[in-house]
Design a protein around this ligand. Structure first.
Ligand code: ZN
Length: 260
């Protein structure tokens, strides 16, 4: 009984132990572990990227290195130290976001749902956008559209995981971690015209089909972009496309393919 009580007391005491502030950071830094950061120039300006040997953990904008360090310490409860130069993989990944499926990103501490959402965003090619509803359906949680929005809003590594490629179903450019203006800049840079998307949205057009292939797409799909104007057929809904005898594109998957 005494042993049990001692154990309980010892376990409780463990919770009171605090390492001196900065110790773990200094030790880890000496071992080449811990969190380092680099600054990188992007189309939306300078960003700070924190990373561990396991991958990137945070992408942030900040007014100064000191402001970034303070923000990181507050958010993650860990110290971050400047690296002499950004690792090559990081510069490559930022130059073409989402291009590498095996992007070294450290998503430790995220829920399975959040990881599924963030990984799905990596499937959206540059120059294309998808909707929150699409992400929800693709990860097998079609009713979780709002939760998808929240998970993307908490993306720890924007740009690297291209959450900016997710917009509303009506083509409206929704909010973004770095603000809607940055989102538009990023999308334009990748070849998406946000105004054209909004125009289609206002007209109620959700999909574009080709009357030669009888396949329909999201408007930004690379296959849809190849449809010449005389063969382009607008659709307002999946149902309208299916009723007209069109099949969903296998590249952009505007709907689940129906079993033959
Ligand atoms: Zn398509």
């Amino acid at each position: 009984m005494t042993a049990g009580r001692d154990l309980q007391r010892d376990l409780r005491a463990l919770g009171d132990v605090r390492a001196p502030t900065g110790l773990s950071g200094a030790v880890l830094a000496r071992l080449g572990l811990g969190v380092a950061y680099a600054t990188l120039d992007t189309v939306i300006g300078r960003v700070f990227v924190a990373y561990t040997p396991r991958g990137a953990v945070a992408v942030r904008r900040a007014s100064s290195p000191r402001a970034f360090e303070a923000d990181f310490q507050k958010t993650f409860g860990r110290a971050v130290r400047p690296a002499p130069a950004p690792p090559a993989w990081l510069a490559r990944a930022l130059a073409s976001p989402g291009a590498r499926r095996k992007l070294p990103v450290d998503l430790g501490g995220r829920s399975a749902f959040e990881r599924a959402v963030l990984k799905k965003a990596l499937d959206i090619p540059a120059g294309e956008v998808r909707s929150y509803a699409w992400v929800a359906r693709e990860i097998g949680r079609p009713a979780a559209v709002r939760a998808v929005g929240s998970a993307l809003g908490r993306n720890p590594v924007p740009l690297l995981i291209p959450c900016h490629r997710v917009v509303r179903s009506d083509g409206t450019i929704s909010d973004f971690i770095f603000g809607p203006t940055a989102k538009r800049v990023l999308l334009r840079h990748e070849g998406v015209d946000p105004d054209a998307l909004a125009r289609l949205g206002r007209e109620g057009v959700r999909y574009l089909g080709s009357d030669t292939t009888r396949i329909y797409c999201f408007p930004t799909c690379r296959a849809a972009r190849r449809i010449s104007a005389p063969h382009r057929v607008p659709f307002r809904s999946e149902r309208q496309a299916a009723t007209a005898g069109y099949r969903p594109c296998r590249l952009c998957r505007p709907a689940l393919a129906r079993p033959a």
